[in-house]
Ligand binder design. Sequence first.
Ligand SMILES: C[S@@+](CC[C@H](N)C(=O)[O-])C[C@H]1O[C@@H](n2cnc3c(N)ncnc32)[C@H](O)[C@@H]1O
Length: 244
Amino acid sequence: MNNSDFKTKEYWNLRFTKEVEYDWLMTYNDVKESLVNKVAQSDRILIVGCGNSTFSEDLYSDGFKNIVNIDFSEVCIEKMKERCKDCTNMTWQVMNMKTLDFPADSFDVVIDKAAIDALMTSEKSAWTVSQECREEVDEVLSEISRVLRPNGTFLSLTFVSPILRKALYANEKYDWSIQITTVDSTRLFPCYLYRMQRGERLSAADIELAHNRFKVQENVKTLLLPNEQDNEEFLLNIDSDIST
Ligand SMILES: C[S@@+](CC[C@H](N)C(=O)[O-])C[C@H]1O[C@@H](n2cnc3c(N)ncnc32)[C@H](O)[C@@H]1O
């Protein structure tokens, strides 16, 4: 298997044919404390790339009844519909998170748990993000921003640290501010909860990040272009992809 398979619907369909239940990163209980004060029980919630995790059911059991789940895997959605048929107010739809089939301003909260991470899996280095990947993530974030109500909240759970992920989320065109919480700092690989609040301005530092995002990456690339005269640039060889 190739790591970039995680981006394909074929991989997920096959996986969901065999796998009954799997929670990526963490369970609802692990994140509940950090999450519940950011969401009201009456909120209309969209969960993107829901997978076969128990997250939506647990959220539902905790009193958040107005939940719409989407995933691009038909196998996943069919199985989840059946598994959760008793959660009568919760719906399941086959949908690509890059093209959300909902009107603008239709959700109070959008939750991503490791779904955007799945788009990053063909990247060759954690330190750089290819133009293609940036565009794909931008498609998803633009859609999430569009379907969020003016003061709505986008919550993104990922193991990717702010130094690598924040630059993707910091963009004035999404019309949101960013706050980041470490969910469990005692874990070897802690998870991060990114909270984007629509209608709030990015901080000055994040505006600067938004304007300079990826320029650093480009500059590093320029600086690190292999010098043919010098064979001692051994550090460059650690990430052999950096100049591609
Ligand atoms: C790493 S799993 C996370 C699943 C679940 N959210 C969890 O936390 O356990 C990624 C999920 O995103 C879905 N996915 C990947 N790309 C997608 C896309 N473009 N549109 C909708 N769903 C997608 C996959 O089918 C899979 O269910």
